[in-house]
Ligand binder design. Structure first.
Ligand code: ZN
Length: 80
């Protein structure tokens, strides 16, 4: 199991990666891009805007989104 860090501190508990690819690029954002070779790209600022404040979701020091283990279904139901 991997360890995740938030501002240098190890995040306690069990977490897993959160797939953020469902979040759509922001239309009038200069850094988002709807048509890259790899598909739509949503910039990290827009991701933070969309996802911060959502319970059981964190942004790690490694710039990855994680969710508390066991909360994925509830998240998908509410936000997807
Ligand atoms: Zn953006």
């Amino acid at each position: 199991m991997s360890n995740f860090y938030d501002e240098g501190k190890k995040i306690k508990g069990q977490w897993e990666y959160l797939d953020t690819s469902f979040i759509k690029p922001t239309e009038n954002c200069d850094m988002c891009d709807n048509e890259t070779d790899l598909g739509p790209y949503t910039c990290s600022i827009c991701l933070i805007d969309t996802l911060s404040g959502i319970p059981n979701v964190k942004y790690t020091d490694e710039c990855e989104w994680i969710i508390k283990r066991g909360k994925k279904r509830q998240f998908n139901k509410t936000y997807k």
